[in-house]
Ligand binder design. Structure first.
Ligand code: NAP
Length: 489
């Protein structure tokens, strides 16, 4: 089955921060991929904007380099790249000054979709919104795309929402969480709401627990200073893990419509119980050795702050107080310098009420595993009879629910999350973007947890790089008679 590509309407997309890391690694290569796929029409224009002294040729060279670096060789076609680059322009604009704004006002077309991607530090979001408005560049149909982090706590998120709301209606604001753009995350909604099989089992009566793991092998790298002000809770749990949890736990929306979906997600966040200190384990990676034996710095070295109490790992047990989920714990876990780069949601079903096969050792509970990276996919583990003559022994087999062959998606044709989300912006579809009230509700749940650590002077537990996190994180499940799933690629 070949996926259908429906071209979007002509657009002007301005990328503020068009020379930055995110633009070079994700946004520009993603747009090229969509152009190659025939989704971006010839009338579309991409306008990179930053303060750097670059002319149009210089910027096009930079874009060509990022395609060379971040697009796989089999997708790089010289003629298509050349044609794509004709659609790329550059303007020198200072978000905080006057440079470039009149040029942008002249350049932007009023009769096509206008989108403004704020791929700059959040401290500049307000300046950009204000100037777009003051120079008459944006109109009631324009869209703005806002990167993470969206605030540092409830107060700052509210202030940011208010700043944007001064110039843009909520229907024009696209807050990116790229986890929502992943193919399998959307497939999760299809599996839940387009099949009769799962929904009757999707509740505390049949689901024993849910595990959400987002594990990275890298440390904080060059982002040390930023990360130390943030930590795993703010950087990952408040946004990405929370969004995944919402999609798993939400009630069926009445329609696959942006506000219907986001209303249901918001109800989940509001139903989250405060988390007891005993139900959270924070960790910080120690110094260690890499796979090749080279010494690796500790978290404290990486951030240059020997007294830091910021966590590079967090595991927590979360409860949702509503009819559907009362009694089913959700275990969340994320961290850096762990044993593998792997993101997975695992829905672990309950045991059968009575085993007619006795205490077979091969017996396992059914698990629906949704892998976000690497190798996006979905498997359902089921028990079958071990083949062959002899007694009735059971064995667990995974059912591949990705159906990669049937869909012709060998991984090359699945658009990256950013590609999909940018096309959704152009189409005006906000379903996979966070609404302002969702972000605020997530902070309202997160803030007291962080305030609790600060008040208690809580220190993260050290863990070895390449491990699964601190020992105490294992205990979090052991004490409930459960086990974490292995972190593996
Ligand atoms: P970056 O590499 O530091 O790039 C920042 C960009 O902003 C540059 O193009 C810079 O160009 C421009 N800029 C800075 N000050 C400006 C000003 N006064 N006026 C106009 N342009 C200005 O940052 P990034 O990593 O691309 O991140 C961009 C945003 O995406 C941030 O909000 C970040 O949190 C978010 N984000 C990034 C990643 C990632 O993987 N990189 C992932 C998730 C979210 P000039 O200095 O030439 O002006």
């Amino acid at each position: 089955m070949v996926s259908r590509v429906i071209p979007v309407d002509p657009f002007d997309l301005v990328i503020f921060g068009g020379t930055g890391d995110l633009a070079r690694r994700k946004i520009l290569p993603g747009l090229y991929n969509r152009y190659l796929a025939g989704q971006m029409p010839d009338e579309a224009r991409i306008i990179g904007a930053a303060r750097a002294e670059l002319d149009e040729d210089g910027y096009r060279q930079m874009v060509a380099q990022s395609i060379e670096e971040f697009v796989p060789a089999q997708k790089r076609d010289a003629a298509v790249i050349d044609s794509f680059l004709q659609r790329v322009h550059y303007l020198r604009i200072d978000a905080r000054g006057t440079d470039g704004w009149e040029d942008l006002a002249r350049m932007i077309r009023k009769d096509v979709v206008q989108a403004f991607y704020f791929s700059v530090a959040p401290s500049l979001f307000g300046d950009l919104a204000e100037r777009l408005h003051a120079h008459g560049i944006s109109g009631p149909e324009s869209r703005i795309v806002v990167e993470k982090p969206f605030g540092h706590d409830l107060k700052s998120a509210r202030a940011l929402n208010a700043t944007l709301a001064a110039h843009f209606d909520e229907s024009q604001i696209y807050r990116i969480d790229h986890y929502l753009g992943k193919e399998t995350v959307q497939n999760l909604m299809a599996v839940r709401f387009a099949n009769i099989l799962f929904e009757p089992l999707w509740n505390a009566r049949h689901v024993d627990h849910v595990q959400i793991t987002v594990a990275e092998t890298v440390g904080v790298g060059g982002r040390g200073q930023y990360y130390d002000q943030s930590g795993a809770m703010r950087d990952m749990v408040q946004n990405h893990l929370m969004q995944l949890l919402c999609l798993i736990a939400m009630e069926p929306p009445y329609r696959f419509d942006p506000d219907a979906v986001r209303d249901e997600k918001l109800k989940v966040i509001r139903a989250l119980q405060p988390v007891r200190p005993d139900d959270i384990v924070r960790g910080q990676y120690r110094a260690g050795k890499g796979p090749d034996g080279t010494p690796q710095p500790s978290y404290l070295d990486d951030v240059g702050n020997p007294d830091s109490r910021t966590e590079s790992f967090i595991a927590m047990r979360v409860e949702i107080a509503n009819w559907r989920w009362k009694g089913t714990p959700f275990y969340l876990r994320t961290g850096k310098k762990l044993r593998a780069r792997a993101s997975e949601i695992a829905v672990v079903f309950k045991e059968v009420p009575h085993s007619i096969f006795g205490d077979d050792e091969g017996w396992r509970e059914n698990v629906l595993s949704i892998r976000l990276q690497p190798n996006e996919g979905m498997t359902l583990s089921v028990m079958i009879k071990e083949p062959g003559p002899g007694g009735m022994r059971l064995t667990e087999v995974p059912l591949d629910m990705t159906f990669a062959e049937a869909l012709g998606a060998d991984g090359q044709d699945i658009p990256d999350a950013y590609e999909r989300l940018i096309m959704d912006v152009i189409r005006g579809n906000q379903t996979l973007f966070m609404r302002g009230d969702e972000v605020e509700a997530a902070w309202a749940w997160t803030d007291p947890i962080i305030a609790g650590w600060e008040a208690r002077g809580d220190r993260p537990r050290p863990y070895d790089p390449g491990s699964s996190g601190p020992e105490d994180a294992l205990m979090l499940l052991h004490r409930d008679g459960r086990r974490w799933r292995e972190i593996r690629e």
